[in-house]
Design a protein around this ligand. Structure first.
Ligand SMILES: *[C@@H]1O[C@H](CO)[C@@H](O)[C@H](O)[C@H]1NC(C)=O
Ligand SMILES: *[C@@H]1O[C@H](CO)[C@@H](O)[C@H](O)[C@H]1NC(C)=O
Ligand SMILES: *[C@@H]1O[C@H](CO)[C@@H](O)[C@H](O)[C@H]1NC(C)=O
Ligand SMILES: *[C@@H]1O[C@H](CO)[C@@H](O)[C@H](O)[C@H]1NC(C)=O
Ligand SMILES: *[C@@H]1O[C@H](CO)[C@@H](O)[C@H](O)[C@H]1NC(C)=O
Ligand SMILES: *[C@@H]1O[C@H](CO)[C@@H](O)[C@H](O)[C@H]1NC(C)=O
Length: 636
């Protein structure tokens, strides 16, 4: 038996330790006791109670909350370069012409006087008039670049933690990248300003659902957005460039938009000024509308309503002018910015479904961009491409037919691209089956040219989907279905659900297709790495909390399910790194702010809330906890 006085001393000693761990600080973030070896005894309150005599002294409250602040990214001491300065790279594209265009206002009566010019203001206006975006314009707050203001320290106080949290003890490897991501059409707004031409995203919503026209006005508010990310201590900012800003007329030989070049130049420079790193994707579903002008060529007379379905973006990739146009656009972007950007992603989630021509064009143009970057630019950064959100897990992990169905589903999506791009090999059999022979045969020259044109594989892995064949236990039912164009499980011809083999949801459900099911990500990482062994980064992952938008603001900001999603997910990423030895080089959380989800603001994927009336941003709890998790595990 331990004598009472010794016990009190022991408990007071542990109290001192805990105060040290939780010390009030405005310096580097103190470690949270998240790792199980650092757990602190929870019995200190008994010590306080038992050391006072009941009834004689006043009850004293202990400060349960210790105030901690997010610490901003330190300013850069030097900026690494990845290519020669843009001035000298300009000689690679000697014949570029630059122009500027104005703003399109459908209600304005002024007409452009340069209708004789092929690419003048009148021709540019005609692009918008023909696109005929429904309900344009919408009310915006800004019409010029907003100067940033420092984030007040009272916005940077860490929230109360969840009671239970991760208890792993792994650190991220040295040099691990951590960032937040976004895409142009989902945040920029200013959609017909400063020469931007319409993309498919500007016409995809024809009914009364929300449009992309204004969204977060990041086109004018980017400095404040970057300021807020830097203030949280996040080092990398992944964003996408709008092709239709750089080249309003899309095709090679058409003039470059000077204002767009200057805009993204300034975005990159401001990221660097804040001590951060820019990571750039060239397309994110926002293809120039020009490629969609003749939907009949797809074998169907698509109405604009039908275009609402994202699958029809495939038509743009399949256009016979696509490859040259994309490569030309990419060359222009690279010659301007390659010196300051370490990672270039060519495509976001290109489709395996639909036209085999689309897949071929994406691979071919990706490879051409890679060769240009390495051989002409002599860039020392990385070229990447990022893949789809849904990973198929077999409904029953020990049932051969379910395993076959999941493998067919996964290998068609990844292998269609990665077999040629990584190995210079043919498409997988699953993809050939899926397309019913409608694919472009790869020549030996193709294979040689495509082989090895990837430095970093991007996964946009959000959530698993449970997969089984159309008829349980019967893999041939996939072929039967694929051969029957009116089969209800077309086009993939698998059963997919979010229910496991015992009838449970696979995880906690979000506002959309995402579930909190963290163990899947380790499975996906291993699947991809075993088949296509190359370093990879999680380029997107995130969670739209169920019905978040209908809550009061303070409740929206206390987003525990999103924290749980991120922390569980990253714990599994750490296991993939340390226990499975997969070279994962970085993670980028989607998204740094709630944004336009293709006709929808209800799916809030943001680490910040945005008030769309005032454009004010608010940090959510998960943002602090995500950053804290990374920093407690060695990420700078
Ligand atoms: C392909 O794109 C061009 C513009 O580059 C357009 O004129 C043509 O109509 C498109 N073709 C099809 C089949 O959609
Ligand atoms: C598409 O429309 C054109 C012109 O109206 C018509 O000639 C053609 O038959 C239609 N194609 C299909 C597949 O419906
Ligand atoms: C899973 O598949 C195995 C092998 O076919 C089978 O023995 C088992 O009963 C299945 N489990 C369930 C829950 O259906
Ligand atoms: C592809 O289809 C053939 C039959 O046409 C079938 O034997 C084979 O298993 C299928 N492969 C995949 C991966 O779906
Ligand atoms: C194709 O699928 C439809 C819908 O399930 C079915 O009615 C039809 O019989 C199938 N055709 C063949 C040839 O199996
Ligand atoms: C946005 O801010 C305005 C002005 O402060 C406020 O009236 C409105 O309720 C806010 N909207 C939301 C959705 O929070």
């Amino acid at each position: 038996m331990v004598n009472q006085g010794v016990l009190v001393q022991l408990l007071l000693a542990s109290l001192a330790t805990s105060q040290q761990l939780f010390s009030t600080t405005s310096g580097p973030t103190a470690l949270l006791p998240q790792c199980s070896t650092k757990h602190i005894p929870s019995s200190t309150s008994h010590a306080v109670a038992s050391s006072s005599s009941h009834g004689t002294s006043k009850f004293r409250y202990r400060a349960l909350d210790t105030v901690r602040y997010a610490t901003s990214v330190p300013s850069a001491t030097s900026t690494p370069t990845y290519a020669a300065p843009s001035k000298s790279l300009a000689t690679l594209l000697p014949s570029l012409e630059y122009t500027t265009w104005g703003k399109w206002d459908p209600d304005a009566t002024i007409t452009a006087s340069d209708s004789a010019e092929t690419y003048g203001q009148a021709a540019w206006t005609a692009l918008w008039r023909d696109a005929d975006p429904v309900g344009f314009p919408e009310k915006s707050v800004f019409s010029t670049t907003v100067s940033p203001t420092p984030v007040p320290s009272n916005e940077l106080v860490l929230p109360p933690r969840d009671y239970f949290g991760p208890s792993d003890c792994y650190d991220f490897p040295k040099g691990f990248s951590f960032g937040v991501s976004s895409s142009a059409s989902q945040i920029e707004g200013a959609t017909a300003d400063e020469g931007k031409a319409p993309s498919i995203m500007d016409i995809i919503v024809r009914d009364n659902k929300p449009k992309a026209y204004v969204t977060n006005e990041n086109y004018y508010y980017y400095k404040q957005d970057i300021e807020r990310i830097a203030a949280m201590g996040v080092k990398e900012y992944a964003f996408t460039i709008a092709w239709t800003r750089i080249l309003p007329f899309a095709l090679p030989g058409t003039p470059v938009n000077r204002k767009a070049i200057d805009h993204y130049d300034d975005v990159i420079n401001f990221v660097l000024e804040k001590g951060m790193v820019p990571v750039i994707t060239l397309t994110h579903f926002d293809l120039p509308l020009q490629f969609f002008e003749d939907p009949q060529a797809q074998g169907q007379n698509l109405t604009k309503e039908e275009l609402q379905q994202l699958d029809y973006i495939t038509a743009g990739y399949a256009n016979e002018t696509f490859t040259d146009a994309f490569v030309n656009y990419a060359k222009i972007v690279l010659t301007h910015y390659a010196d300051r950007v370490p990672v270039w992603v060519t495509f976001t989630q290109p489709p395996a479904l639909g036209s085999g021509k689309a897949v071929y064009n994406v691979i071919n143009s990706h490879a051409q961009v890679y060769h240009f970057y390495k051989e002409k630019i002599k860039g020392t950064g990385k070229v990447s491409i990022k893949f789809n959100a849904n990973f198929g897990v077999p409904r029953n992990a020990t049932d051969d037919a379910d395993i076959f169905a999941a493998d067919y589903y996964n290998s068609a999506q990844f292998g269609a691209y990665l077999n040629p791009i990584l190995f210079g090999k043919d498409y997988p059999e699953s993809f050939k089956n899926l397309t019913g022979g409608n694919y472009v045969k790869l020549t030996d020259n193709d294979k040689k040219y495509f082989k090895g044109t990837l430095d970093l594989l991007g996964l946009d892995a959000y959530s698993p989907v449970v997969v089984s064949p159309p008829v349980a236990g019967d893999t041939s039912s996939i072929q039967t279905c694929l051969a029957n164009s009116s089969a209800p499980l077309q086009p993939w011809c698998i059963q997919s659900s979010n229910i496991n083999v015992y009838g449970w949801n696979i995880g906690y459900r979000s506002q959309s297709y995402v579930y909190t099911a963290p163990t899947f990500i380790r499975e996906e990482i291993n699947y991809v790495y075993q088949n296509w062994p190359i370093p990879m980064a999680i380029m997107e992952f995130g969670f739209p909390v169920y019905h978040e938008r209908s809550k009061d603001l303070v409740d929206q900001l206390f987003d525990t399910p999103r924290s749980q999603y991120y922390l569980g997910y990253l714990t599994e990423v750490l296991k993939a790194i340390h226990e499975d030895h997969v070279p994962i080089t970085g993670v980028y959380a989607w998204s740094f702010v709630d944004n336009w989800e293709f006709g929808d603001y209800d799916q809030q994927f943001g680490l910040q809330k945005v008030n769309l009336t005032t454009q004010e941003r608010y940090y959510k709890k998960s943002f602090f906890e995500l950053v804290d998790f990374m920093k407690a595990r060695g990420v700078k």
